[in-house]
Design a protein around this ligand. Sequence first.
Ligand SMILES: NC(=O)c1ccc[n+]([C@@H]2O[C@H](COP(=O)([O-])OP(=O)(O)OC[C@H]3O[C@@H](n4cnc5c(N)ncnc54)[C@H](OP(=O)(O)O)[C@@H]3O)[C@@H](O)[C@H]2O)c1
Length: 311
Amino acid sequence: MTDLAGRPRILLVGGGGGLLGRALLESTVPGWSVRSVHRHPVSREAELGAEWIPGDAADVRDWAPLLEGVSAIVNLAWYRWGSERKFRRLFEGLDRLVRAAQESGTPIVQVSVPPAPAHLETGIPYLTYKRRLDAIVRQSGLPYAIVRPTMMFAPGDVLLGVMLRSVRRFPVFPMFGDGAYRISPVAAADVARLILRFAKDPPNATVDVGGPAAYRYRDLTDRLYELLGKRPRYWTLSPKGGVRLAALLERLGSTLLYAYEVEWLLSDTLALPPSPGVDWTMERVEPYLRAEAERLTGRPSPELGPLRAQG
Ligand SMILES: NC(=O)c1ccc[n+]([C@@H]2O[C@H](COP(=O)([O-])OP(=O)(O)OC[C@H]3O[C@@H](n4cnc5c(N)ncnc54)[C@H](OP(=O)(O)O)[C@@H]3O)[C@@H](O)[C@H]2O)c1
């Protein structure tokens, strides 16, 4: 199950171009060889000598040839939003992947999401198909890990990075309710490190992963303003109003924020603690936010120290 250089080979489903994929790709250097299945070219994969299999995971009928010489599968592929049909097709493709892995006995690390409020768990294809796939992996009899990170951050992310750009660009920033709900952002690089550890030594368990500290959402948005040298100015909406605004944006075709993401945030369930499997010092979000603010403005941001952690 190794390449010519004796490195174990990983099948990266979803590839090295997404938020977590980029971090994972860097973490595979120098110990792993990578075979990568996804749709769009990723220049960094070419630079690192990864083998790219162009294609949509929903369309792969026979995964067996792609599993040849593979020591472990890591599945990252998923959509942030889409129709029932879109999720069903991807689920079916990934279900075929798990069946093929059963034939070859290949361990699998499935990247999933933390528990959401009950009505979302059963009400949106994003979650219903994710949970079906998780269950199939769990019951496959294969060595496995299901890794469920909370909100991740890394350069180019579409959550905190977008929030920072919005705070800079618009005169007001929407605040849903009182902002007292908490989050514990986790660095994609830390999640990647844990995934590769599990790819080598699967725990046969579901592992939730939060960052090193939890913060009140509003403390975090205040910090974005401070880093950009602006006074906080919020457009305060009721929790319902926040969900309605996101639903409206969704209907207008915006990918900025989805209604289910606002509901999830408001449910105060996203402040996961770090996983017990993490035995290194995890990256905190503050230096990342400062670096992103400086990148955005092209000038130094104030040194502000750590944010107040909440539990
Ligand atoms: N972002 C977060 O904060 C977060 C938190 C918890 C869990 N997760 C989970 O972590 C995983 C990775 O998330 P991410 O934020 O890194 O996602 P991302 O940035 O959207 O990247 C997903 C990657 O999957 C590939 N992909 C999507 N659909 C595909 C398909 N049908 N066939 C083949 N490849 C496909 C895409 O590459 P191509 O376009 O080249 O195909 C893309 O680079 C997902 O399973 C997500 O649910 C994310």
